[in-house]
Design a protein around this ligand. Sequence first.
Ligand SMILES: [Zn+2]
Length: 688
Amino acid sequence: MRFALALMAVVTAGPAAAQQNAGGTPPMLTGAEARALAAEISGASAKRTVQALSLHHRSRGSEGFRSAAEIVRDKLGQYGLKEVEMIRVPADGKVFYGTQRSRPAWNASFAELWEQRLEGGRWADRFRIASWADQPITLAQDSVSGKAEGELIDVGAGISASDYAGKDLRGRLVLTSSQPEAVARLAVTERGAGGIVSWAQNQRQAWWGDDETLIRWGRLSTWEDPAFAFMVSPAQARAWQERLARGETVRLRAQVEAGRSTGAYLIPTAVIPGRDRSSEIVFSCHLDHHSPGANDNASGCSGVLEIARTLTRLVSAGQLPKPERTIRFIWPAEIEGTIALLHARPEFARRTLATIHLDMIGGDTEITKGSLRVEGSPPSLPSFVGDIGFAIARWVNAQSLAYHDRGVAAFPLIDASGGKRALQAKVGGFSEGSDHQIWAEGSWRIPVLYLADWPDLYIHTHKDAPGNLDATKMKRAMFIAAASAWVLANLDQERLAGLSPVLGTETLERAAEVARRAEALGRAGGGPAEQANLWRHFFAQERAIAASLARFGPVPPKARDEANRRIEGLVQALAPVAVPQPASGDTSYGLVYRRAGSPKGPMTAFGYSWFDDQLEKRHLERPTLLSREPTWDGPTFGYETLNLVDGRRTIGQICDDLAATVGFVPVEEVAQYLGTLERMGLLERSRP
Ligand SMILES: [Zn+2]
């Protein structure tokens, strides 16, 4: 505790004027920089772009995606960005980008589902249930052309043979509660059903299932069991089920014109050139998804575009200097587009010092029930980059709360057309769920800052509409992202030296979290060795975070000394509880792996899993580790175990690190998973 008191003394020292202004002075930025950003960046402008993007059904490789990408590219040109380009990465279903099999483009031109009624002795179309022209989300992605006219047969979940017992599906339509992908083989390929009607639910949260009118986004396999499928609401499904239960016939007619073709991943990009062209700070998002897809992810895409406009304007007007490092902006399709890009343009990964990823930043929390999360890199990639965003987000939280409570703040960050509530962003940690996990994955290890709403009642439904967004929320999220980028892009020796106090506060935040975990472990019956492992990991992590400054250039000796003093001071202060233990598995599981040079990329991506494909081809058993649920908030076992393979850690040490960050796991499970990856040729032994 000696250290903590010393730090407080430093923070609160100074004249009365400094104390009065402390709240209104942003961390790491000058007042002039923060004022310029806050005045220029517009939530309303970003929301207008959301409206434009949301009109397009943005499936990877589709005409809708192209339209959205052209909107982005054209605006980049109008705003005066440099090196505006539409990167085109071929996608034909055959070419691989590392572990990602490229998915062919998917387009639809017509799709209608009609309910029929008997009129004058023959069946006639009466009610149009779904229409591509009205609501493209009603047609499941990867549907193929086809026609069907016949009775609707309810197969329930439709994922086992017993769901189909005694049912004749030939030429008929099946009603299912599962995703079309899960039933296409049994219903269509094997039993000859004409098509699928699905009311599948997904994205569970506290409000899940409350709104029975929601039509959710559906999908079929890109590779197998060609079929078409329509998506309907649970209310529609329920109404049909009641009629079927009364013995009535429900008869439908469907017609679909859609299919896959050779295409490309289009990725608009542009830069604000820095003095140094060899290193870049990247803004990323994902441009694909269904229409409207307003919060997910027209909001992140529009946010990146508005940040590009804001910084370009401020630099050209002389309100901000030309940045030291180049700032790049990209709009790929989620996960698969990023993996393809990092292979097609390997120089992007080489130059990128940090990636700031925006995915769902606009939800009006009274409508969507979510909150903004500001998160960093996975524990396997200790980096100070997240801490920059965390410190700015905490400050925006405090400013917005002051305004919310008292109507006055130096930086309320209010948009005239938006709300006034406090931001209440949840700051810190890591979770998977978007392209940031690709940048940070063990193949590339690029530190990330990730801004995303969670949950959102309307994610992946027809009601994820622009009206759910709050311009003030967007402005604040964009401010956090833009200010973080500005700090990172201009991190010279002077700014590096000034970071120490800010990084110190984030160390203390994490120390508190580790203390809570240790206490929870104790309550649950955990022994001192497990608690000590948490602290061992914490100190190793903090030393690595301090060392990560070197990624941005030589660390001034003063900054390095301060970081060391800070961490060693904490070791002293916490010594009674933090007795480092030797890694438990070291003797029995001393095997060390490293990743083979190729293929790069995650084991599972969108629409294709390299890992599952390899399991099948090589007749290997699915490792138990992949079904294990994490104990702690953070990454999954599969993702983080592979990330921890670095040519240095033993299997035992990987296990110890997992226990501190994901959850306890028997060392045999880790050995089985890594052994499976070795058999697939993905890992090789560093030493026997
Ligand atoms: Zn998303």
